[in-house]
Design a protein around this ligand. Sequence first.
Ligand SMILES: [Zn+2]
Length: 203
Amino acid sequence: MASEDLDLDMMKTPCPVCESNNTKVIQKIMDLPHFPQMWFFNLSCSDCHYKYNDFINLSIKDPFRYIYHAENKEDYTTKIVRAANGTIRFPQIEAIIEPGPNAVGFINNIEGILRDIQGKVKFLLSDAETQEERKKIMDYITMLDEYIENNKPIDIIVEDPFGNSTIIPADVTKLETIKLSEEEAEKLKTGFVVFEGVKEKHD
Ligand SMILES: [Zn+2]
């Protein structure tokens, strides 16, 4: 499918939140390294300010797991294309970003994603009920600072049952690409954004 063949009217859609027709849809085919046919679309509603982003990979349809082993400043610039159904995991810091009803697509680099996680964890501080809980959250925030500022070695795993999420590596030799079996793809969870590290420490 060539980009000029996209039917723009097909994308005219009322707002899924307030059902207003004052929505604007932007879509384009992005030519990313290794992923020449990434379809980006963005819907925004001028009435309720709902926004939605997603990516559809037109060149790959199979479920993949991508693993990038970051260990220096350049590696931290590795970009992640996260479609709405993509799961991102950082095993070393026990953080997981899972798809859920409010999940949207984004492109960000490793440092940016770690900063986002840090921002969301900071937000949890206001809900902390005990001094102990507060300290655990603060420790987690400090640990993230150490990763971000010192570019400590960290693995990032990106999985998508529809093959729409991917990693654009700073160094291709540090990227592992594994095709998922149907069983593995089916097992990919859906849910809200969860930070396992903090959650576990609460228990
Ligand atoms: Zn709306």
